[in-house]
Design a protein around this ligand. Structure first.
Ligand code: NDP
Length: 234
């Protein structure tokens, strides 16, 4: 299905997977509102300040995108962080920030966008992770957000199916982005950087290509879930 003139909103658009998605969608002819806190790094047709931990900021950004484009056809929820560390003794303010960003932020952006999804082809694509299916010690809170994202998205897919809005989840593996700077724990950050340095990881553009595949299917086809990983990743 042609992406020309599809009206898209992409969160997490200042970096990594979100930034690559903005670029890929624009190259395919879509009109793209790019949203994040670091607006100087945005490259959309429309660039919007968005803090997904702030509901007022979400509503302002989503409404602005819809007003400028005359509605929305596509939302990609890519904003996320990955603080890691053991549960015992953790600073729980970091748990709240992680849940607010990765889970509640995605839910509130989706809620704010739904009334604006007015086109013939309408998609919500939520970026989870292989960590939304498999768990590793030291990442319990990140997993909680990504398992939660999957549960919300899959139930919403069923809820919205009769209305023609498609909901899809993309679950990437190791992708070369800035996500690893949000880990917080220096030892874990160094360990993961070590793993990533020894292998060929995905690029943001590889994940963006999967997103474009999903949203360009004809209306009778719903790709509800895509897992994508470096071929070296077990
Ligand atoms: P990056 O760190 O490169 O990008 C994260 C993006 O999220 C940035 O644009 C950042 O923008 C935005 N963001 C973070 N916090 C907020 C906030 N409070 N409000 C608005 N935007 C925010 O990481 P990735 O591109 O890798 O991450 C994108 C998604 O992909 C995340 O959900 C991540 O969990 C997921 N993922 C990534 C993998 C990887 O290996 N990289 C693997 C699996 C999943 P700004 O700071 O400007 O606001």
């Amino acid at each position: 299905m042609d992406l020309k003139n599809r009206r898209a909103l992409v969160t997490g658009a200042s970096s990594g997977i979100g930034a690559a998605t903005v670029q890929a969608l624009r190259e395919a002819g879509a009109q793209v509102a790019a949203a994040a806190r670091r607006t100087d790094r945005l490259d959309g047709d429309l660039n919007l300040t968005l803090d997904v931990t702030d509901e007022a900021s979400i509503r302002t950004a989503v409404d602005a995108a819809a007003a400028d484009f005359g509605g929305l056809d596509l939302v990609v929820n890519a904003a996320g962080i990955m603080p890691l560390g053991p549960v015992a003794g953790a600073d729980t303010t970091i748990w709240r920030r992680c849940l607010d960003t990765n889970l509640l932020g995605m839910m509130l952006v989706t809620h704010a966008a739904l009334p604006h999804l007015t086109g013939d082809a309408r998609d919500i694509v939520n970026i989870s992770s292989i960590g939304g299916r498999e768990t590793y010690p030291g990442a319990a809170v990140y997993h909680a957000t990504k398992f939660g994202l999957y549960g919300f998205s899959d139930a919403l897919r069923k809820e919205l199916a009769p209305s023609g809005v498609r909901v899809s989840v993309v679950e990437p593996g190791y992708t070369d982005t800035e996500l690893f700077t949000s880990i917080g724990d220096p030892e874990r950050q160094a360990a993961l950087a070590g793993v990533m340095a020894t292998q060929r990881n995905l690029a943001g553009a590889d994940v963006a290509a999967a997103i474009l595949h999903i949203v360009s299917r004809p209306p009778h086809v719903l790709v509800n879930n895509v897992q994508i990983r470096p071929s070296i990743q077990a």
